[in-house]
Design a protein around this ligand. Structure first.
Ligand code: F6P
Length: 342
């Protein structure tokens, strides 16, 4: 007797990033073409499973999306395990009911830390799940890299490159704020790639006094301008943004004209880099191989040169931060880049 083809659902949850469509295509095409599976696209993250909002995905609907930014499925920050005002609705139970009604054999959850946490909770409610890590923040525990990071690195680096000429023309200090939530990956990498003079990340304590001394020393050495790259997650003392706080403190402390740029959502938009297209496609294809083997409850990872996977429950509540001994931190110190150390 031939086995019934598997029916799988895909959703994208949390903040979007470049490469989501490449991952959807990687999952969908491998599932349909290689394994003859049926694929359902769930709309707007976990909200789509709560509201039964979905569309069947055919192979031809997955053509032409590899290079497109955002997500064709939509996303949301819906957290079904978070207690809200509507105490009467048991969202995880509803999700399980709708998963069963849809006849799903597995749900592929493409998202960051919050999504992988929700996915782990749903495994405990009896769903078969495969997680795929994405985020420009690069902070998902258990994988060396998430897709979205490389594209955002290009964007942030390009922005820093462009600040050099205007900073030089006006002999100013330019402060640029980079995303990353509580992690400094994007700031450290873009700061180094863009030739930042000061790089401040949440993982390293900084002293404003030291930063200002360093900037004054540069001015005394007739360096015409300075670029200060700050992570959104650094301590900002009641100011609305890290860039506002740092720029204000620098101008006060050095007397040098200072401007700020908050890069914001530009970092998450647009077409994925070639590297992210490859990573997202490989993650998607590996997810389907796990489903074909019925090896559920896993999150796809990249470890060194290998695409691999780990049990979702190992990821838990952990967040991947920049280790204090990271080689780029050592290199930055060797180049006399100021990391704000007290
Ligand atoms: O995608 C990750 C991220 O960009 C973080 O760096 C940032 O703090 C957060 O999302 C903001 O996104 P939203 O406004 O969509 O919650």
């Amino acid at each position: 007797m031939t086995k019934k083809p598997k029916r799988i659902g895909i959703l994208t949850a949390g903040g979007d990033c470049p490469g989501l469509n490449a991952a959807i295509r990687g999952v969908g095409k491998t599932a349909i073409v290689k394994y003859n599976m049926e694929v359902i696209g769930i709309s707007s993250g976990f909200l789509g499973l709560i509201n039964k909002d979905y569309i069947p995905l055919e192979e031809k609907m997955l053509s032409g999306i590899l290079t497109v930014g955002g997500t064709i499925l939509g996303t949301s920050r819906e957290k079904p395990f978070k207690k809200t005002g509507h105490l009467s609705i048991d969202k995880p139970k509803l999700i399980k009911e709708h998963y069963d009604e849809l006849g799903l054999d597995c749900l592929v959850c493409i998202g960051g830390n919050g999504t992988q946490r929700t996915a782990t909770g749903l495994v405990e409610h009896g769903l078969n799940i495969i997680g795929i890590p994405k985020t420009i923040d690069n902070d998902v525990w258990g994988t060396d890299e998430t897709f979205g990071f490389d594209s955002a690195l290009w964007i942030a680096t390009d922005a820093i490159d462009r600040l050099h000429s205007t900073a030089n023309s006006h002999k100013r200090i330019m402060v640029i704020e980079v995303m990353g939530h509580h992690a400094g990956w994007l700031t450290l990498y873009a700061g180094m790639a863009g030739g930042g003079d000061v790089i401040l990340i949440p993982e390293l304590e900084y002293s404003m006094k030291r930063v200002n001394e360093y900037l004054l020393e540069r001015a005394n050495r007739k360096k015409p301008y300075s670029i200060v790259v700050v992570a959104e997650g650094i301590k900002k003392h009641k100011q609305d943004s890290a860039a506002s706080y740092i720029a204000e403190q620098i101008e006060k402390g050095t007397g040098i004209e200072t401007r700020k740029t908050i890069l914001g959502y530009i970092q998450r938009g647009g077409s994925p880099s070639p590297y992210d297209r490859l990573l997202a496609t490989s993650f998607g294809a590996h997810a389907v191989e796990l489903i074909a083997k019925e090896d559920y409850g896993k999150m796809v990872t990249r470890k060194g040169d290998h695409i691999s996977d780990i049990p979702l429950k190992e990821v838990g509540d952990k967040v991947r931060l920049v280790p204090k001994g990271h080689p780029l931190i050592q290199r930055a110190m060797g180049l006399d880049i100021c990391l704000g150390a007290k």
